[in-house]
Design a protein around this ligand. Sequence first.
Ligand code: SF4
Length: 94
Amino acid sequence: MGPTAGGPGISANCSERNRLYYRESHVSKKRINFSLGGCKQCEACVSIAPDCFEIDENTGMPFLKKECADEDVVRELCAYCPEDCIEMEDMEEE
Ligand code: SF4
């Protein structure tokens, strides 16, 4: 079953393998940058945070199925992703 037009964007974006996937979410005052441009499909992110990441069966690429609310988990993701696909940065107060 393919992605449906107008449906949730995560699966649709991840099915486009050559397209840079980018998502922002907010944890406290941090911003998570998730970019699959260099992803080597090692599945470390799924192992570390199975509640948040899943592998798309069609593309073999991970996608965020739920935002990661645990900052310690996000830090671990940042540390273990071998391709630096997951980064966390401080958000400036505006
Ligand atoms: S840990 Fe990084 S390189 Fe490995 S599958 Fe996840 S996003 Fe891709």
